[in-house]
Ligand binder design. Structure first.
Ligand SMILES: O=C(O)CCC(=O)C(=O)O
Length: 293
């Protein structure tokens, strides 16, 4: 009997490259493989709950400041914002970017000259609605043609996630979907939602957990029906030439830069300045605004 065709059978996809995992420690190799297979991976308890509590405090300060000025926080849909910050605005930045798993995953996927290009946070507040399924930016030509991933997004929750807090939802394997008829090359058409719903996995990270994904793996924040916000940090890392740095305004002061180990300095391509200027957001995702944020 002939098998009926599913939506998945009809979706055109890039052919993933075979990532080289020779010589990698098993933990890093598992993450590299997962990023190419499902497009997302994570580690429980990479940091302590207290570390995450400090992150939440720093996010709350930065969020309050960003909301006082035009362009400080960008809408990402009803009751949701994204705020880009400088590394010095969070106490644990060095521990995050210098964590052995973070470093080795970046190096294995993006090469030895990977670039730390973005730091920010999403805040889905009480009343936030389901976002449309989306990518964070269009699929680069290199990924279309060679099946190689050229950027990564690490997510770090600042609170324990419960079911009613609008968990992050992701559709594994969709990092390879070609953007046929996607709006802005980032928003798939609604008839594909059934496929994403079938693939979807909801994530319930707890304080101290860290995940990593391709920003191309199709995902969305879901409706937050609780009374609590669900702030989550985003650390963006690129392969050289991936081109996302130009959308961001991260900077560090001379004193901070000088205090960093060489192995971290090597991956910073941002300006080193006398004084930090609060960031006015450049990276809007128009399709997420839905006119109401
Ligand atoms: O809700 C989240 O954790 C992520 C939200 C998101 O994907 C976005 O605003 O682009």
């Amino acid at each position: 009997m002939e098998k009926s065709r599913t939506i998945t059978d009809t979706v055109r996809r890039a052919t993933p490259a075979k990532p080289s995992i020779d010589g990698l420690d098993p933990d890093t190799a598992a993450t590299v493989q997962a990023l190419y297979d499902t497009g997302v991976d994570g580690r429980k308890g990479l940091f302590s709950a207290e570390w995450a509590d400090r992150l939440r405090e720093d996010i709350e300060v930065a969020y309050a400041e960003a909301l006082t000025r035009p362009g400080g926080a960008v809408g990402r849909g009803t009751k949701r914002h994204y705020v880009e910050i400088h590394p010095e605005q969070m106490r644990g930045w060095l521990e995050l970017v210098d964590h052995p798993w973070v470093r080795s995953v970046c190096e294995a996927v993006l090469g030895p000259d990977y670039q730390i290009i973005e730091l920010g946070f999403d805040v889905p507040n009480p009343g936030a609605k389901d976002q449309p399924w989306h990518r964070d930016f269009p699929m680069p030509e290199e990924t279309k043609e060679t099946g190689r991933l050229t950027s990564l997004a690490f997510n770090v929750t600042a609170v324990d996630t419960d079911e009613d807090m609008g968990p992050f939802e992701i559709a594994p394997t969709t990092q390879w979907d070609l953007p046929d008829d996607f709006d802005h090359e980032m928003f798939p058409q609604k008839h594909l939602y059934e496929r994403f719903a079938e693939l979807a996995v909801r994530k319930y990270p707890q304080r101290g957990d860290v995940s990593v994904r391709s920003a191309l793996t199709i995902h969305r924040g879901t409706a937050n029906t609780s009374e609590k916000a669900r702030p989550v940090l985003v650390l963006g890392v690129d392969a050289p030439g991936a081109g996302n740095a130009e959308h961001h305004d991260m900077a560090v002061t001379h004193g901070f830069y000088d205090s960093l180990p060489e192995r971290v300095k090597e991956h910073l391509v941002c300006p080193v300045v006398d004084e930090l200027v609060p960031i006015t957001q450049k990276h809007t995702i128009e399709g997420l605004m839905m006119g109401d944020a």
